[in-house]
Design a protein around this ligand. Structure first.
Ligand SMILES: [Mn+2]
Length: 478
């Protein structure tokens, strides 16, 4: 059996288990992750369950922890489906949810392959690339499709999840592996169209300045979240905003105008202190959701994903979930406001950072002190943008922090893939350093975080700087 076949057959027992519970009229408890992919996955699973005629309850959680499984155990559900979360916590599931049927649909690193009472579906267990080839929403879609072919429309959510997890790492920012199968299903269902062009959100009908201002992946300093700046920028480039009394959209531009726009964007990026290569990220595959109305944020796949991401970041995952379930009324309006606020906040924070004095360069790291001027829920996004746009001149990780509740600070650490190859593991650093200063930390090699008391920040930063220096230079130990 090929790894793909063995992976796909791992869904079979989950399909049977779901049918059994639905026939009995059992409530299905869906627990997903609170990020764009997790919300899309939660939406797909909820619609699947609804169509089965089974009662359900869905929630999106920021993180997996003991309190969560204890709470779930007290609900005594007959079946729980975890999605985008769970593979790393099979031990907690086994310990606290004995007697409950559990399905885990995840693409994160598992702590082990099997657990008692758990159907564990994870592409990594079959040698597939879980971080680039399929998202949790993709897994949810595959399950739904195996349950009933009529669920093919949910393929759209699989695409949104993949874009939310930045799995558009194929040629021209297209999808890879299993994701391309999901893409094919969505196209067959007549719900998706792709083309290669400038990827600003709202290719077909959104007025040019808005299209540029609304784009957050990649985040363009000075333009993203700044419609007024975009208007001035386009005027300077000499591109007409209107023709025949109608606002022009990207698709209305001539090839010559697109080239002019592209080269001016290159210059703008350099002027803003970004790396000039970043401009290439602005051309790629556009995912047009044909079932969505023109002019709405759901029409463009990347914008749909950023809408869900903003809902999660602003602690309104329920809004995002409602949109995945088809609400195009009040939930959509509130979500749009949330996205708007999110974009403007990040733009303001980047301006604040650019003013100077807030980033300090130490021997091995950059430190951004957001204090109470940057929202602790957004400090990680700001750190990621600073690193990915090349606004930090030297190849060093950034350690950013903002004040949180109860006298604690929230620390977000970010590094590049190249730094990880040199031996940097921020998760290990955060764990070790936070522990020494009455805090807790952990995470991945290139993205990690910690919480600790604010007054202990100086010692913590000093230790982080030293630990990263040791990692980079081998340190003589593993
Ligand atoms: Mn995911």
């Amino acid at each position: 059996m090929s790894s793909l076949e063995s992976f796909l057959s791992s869904f079979k027992s989950a399909v049977e288990l779901l049918r059994r519970h639905a026939e009995r009229g059992d409530q299905i408890r869906i627990v997903s992750h609170s990020d764009a992919d997790g919300i899309a996955a939660g939406g797909a699973l909820t619609l699947m369950t609804l169509r089965l005629g089974a009662p359900f309850k869905t929630s999106c959680e920021k993180r997996f922890h003991q309190g969560l499984v204890e709470e779930l155990a007290s609900e005594e559900p007959p079946l729980i489906i975890f999605s985008d979360i769970g593979s790393g916590y099979l031990d907690l599931i086994e310990e606290h949810l004995r007697g409950v049927d559990v399905i885990v649909l995840d693409h994160h690193k598992p702590i082990k392959a099997e657990a008692e009472g758990v159907i564990h579906i994870n592409p990594l267990l079959h040698g597939l690339d879980g971080s680039r080839e399929v998202s949790a929403a993709g897994l949810a879609y595959l399950l739904a499709e195996m349950l009933d072919e009529a669920n093919r429309d949910l393929s759209i959510l699989g695409i949104i999840g993949a874009l939310g997890d930045q799995q558009d790492k194929g040629e021209r920012r297209g999808l890879l592996g299993l994701n391309t199968r999901i893409e094919a299903s969505a196209k067959e269902a007549g719900l998706l169209e792709t083309r290669v062009d400038l990827i600003f959100y709202g290719y077909e009908t959104r007025p040019l300045a808005k299209a540029i201002a609304y784009t957050t992946t990649p985040f363009i300093p000075g333009l993203s979240g700044r419609e007024d700046n975009c208007v001035a920028f386009l005027k300077e480039v000499g591109i007409e905003l209107k023709s025949g009394g109608r606002w022009r959209a990207l698709r209305d531009l001539s090839e010559e105008e697109k080239r002019r726009l592209f080269s001016s964007l290159s210059k703008h990026l350099v002027h803003e202190g970004c790396s000039p290569e970043m401009v290439h990220e602005l051309i790629g595959t556009i995912f047009i959701m044909r079932g969505e109305e023109n002019g709405t944020p759901m029409r463009d796949g990347r914008e749909y994903a950023s809408l869900l991401n903003a809902c999660a970041r602003m602690e309104r995952p329920g809004l995002g979930l409602s949109i995945c379930l088809g609400d195009r009324g009040s939930a959509m309006r509130e979500a749009e406001e949330t996205l708007d606020l999110y974009r403007r906040r990040i733009a303001e924070y980047l301006d604040l950072v650019k003013e100077g004095g807030r980033i300090e360069e130490l021997k091995n790291i950059y430190v951004l002190r957001g204090r109470d001027e940057i929202d602790d829920r957004l400090i990680g996004v700001v750190a990621s943008i600073l690193l990915s746009t090349g606004m930090l001149p030297k190849p060093k990780p950034i350690i950013a922090w903002a004040s949180s509740d109860e006298g604690l600070i929230k620390v977000s650490a970010r590094a590049t893939e190249a730094m990880a190859e040199e031996g940097i593991h921020l998760g290990a650093v955060m764990m070790e350093a936070a522990e020494k200063f009455q805090g807790r930390g952990g995470g991945h090699d290139i993205a990690a975080g910690a919480y600790l008391p604010e007054e202990l920040e100086p010692g913590f930063i000093e230790l982080v700087d030293r630990l990263i220096g040791e990692q980079r230079h081998g340190g003589g130990e593993d």
